[in-house]
Structure formats: C-alpha cells, structure tokens
Design a protein around this ligand. Structure first.
Ligand code: ADP
Length: 194
C-alpha cells in the first residue's frame, strides 16, 4: 500500500509512520529525516538546505521531488511506502502524481491528522526539551511559528487537493498514540478491501 500522512508539524506523523512500518512492512519516507541526515553528514545537499530548514521555510521543490522520485522506486518500498512530510505544497502533489503514474503505482490513502494548533505548540516545545543531543535546530518558537504559517499557507491546500479526488481521510490526531494508530489501521484496512 502507498500512503500519505498529512498534518502540521508536531501532529505525530513520524510516530505513526514508524508504527505502520513495524505493523505493515511499509517503508517510511520522511523528507525531513532525509534532509536532516544530509545536514548531519555535511553533504552538498545538506549545506544547501541547512539555513532554509533552520528558519522554517520549505526547501526547493526540485530537491525533495528528486529525493522522493529515487526513493519510491527502491527495493525497500516494494510492499509500499508511507510519505511523511511530502508532498508539502500542491506543486509537489502534482509531481508525485506524475511519478506514480509513470511507475504504475497508486495512492491507497491520504490520511490527515487533525489537530489543535495550541496543543501542538506545547508538544513541539516538549519535543525540543527532550530530544537527546539537543533540540532540532528548527524546534524553537520562532521557526515553529514559521513552520505552522507555511503549513497553513502551502500544505493545507494539499489536503483540499486530495479531498477533491476523494482519497482524503481525516483521523483525530489529538487522541493518544495507540488510538490514532488504531484509527489509521482501520482506514488502511478499508482502503485495502475497497
Ligand atoms: P515538521 O516537524 O515541521 O513536520 P519535517 O521533519 O517534516 O518537520 O521537516 C522539517 C523541515 O524540512 C521543513 O520545515 C522544511 O524546511 C524541510 N522539508 C521537509 N520536507 C519538505 C518538503 N516536502 N518540501 C520542502 N521542504 C521540506
């Protein structure tokens, strides 16, 4: 199955994607994790995106589209993938559609984690204070506000894009981790049966 998890920063996409990896053998493809790995390794790509990410802006579409194009055709995605953090704007969603049709693949579900923004800010502040090795460079109040604004401007229309295609399902992202996981599981089971 091929799945997209949508939701603002701190909505729990990464946590849920990791659970689905274990439960369903799907591969999590987190553009945020991949970009952070590139920064940690000091690659040319990492140096190019470091400042952009630290201030909470989106990196250029061609960068993430290129990364995803390569990853979705890799062997470890044979059972399917969970996109986490991609697509983040409508242009990326359109690029994904083109890649999928070229590969003869389809999306089984796009799951939006519905959240309350005020609670999110608390979650991310908590994550920033607990992360081993110090907080993520973009887990500070300023960058977070920027990431939420970018989400509302650029990523919220992605939900509308998939809603109009009839593949969007919304799950209550404010429930506890297990409940959210169970609800996502139900959505995926229904999608598989369809
Ligand atoms: P968040 O916790 O904000 O959802 P992510 O780990 O998904 O964070 O992404 C962190 C940062 O990496 C983003 O703020 C952005 O700068 C960059 N990034 C990740 N995915 C994309 C993407 N698909 N398009 C553009 N930028 C991206």
């Amino acid at each position: 199955m091929n799945v997209i998890l949508l939701g603002p920063p701190g909505a729990g996409k990464g946590t849920q994607a990791k659970l689905l990896e274990q439960q369903r053998g799907l591969k999590q493809l987190s553009t945020g994790d991949m970009l952070r790995a590139a920064i940690a390794e000091g690659t040319a790509l990492g140096r190019k995106v470091e400042a952009i990410i630290a201030r909470g802006d989106l990196v250029p579409d061609d960068v993430v589209v290129g990364i995803i194009a390569e990853r979705i055709r890799a062997k470890d995605c044979a059972k399917g993938f969970i996109l986490d953090g991609f697509p983040r704007n409508v242009a990326q969603a359109e690029a994904l559609d083109a890649m999928l049709s070229e590969l003869g693949l389809k999306l089984d579900a796009v799951i939006e984690l519905g959240v309350d923004e005020n609670i999110l800010i608390g979650r991310i502040e908590k994550r920033a204070s607990e992360t081993a090795g110090g907080p993520r460079a973009d887990d500070n109040a300023e960058a977070l506000k920027k990431r939420l604004a970018v989400y509302n401007e650029q990523t919220a229309p992605v939900a509308a894009y998939y809603r109009s295609r009839g593949v969007l399902r919304t799950v209550d992202g404010m429930a506890d981790v297990e409940t959210v996981n169970r609800q996502i599981g139900q959505v995926l089971d229904r999608a598989r049966a369809a």
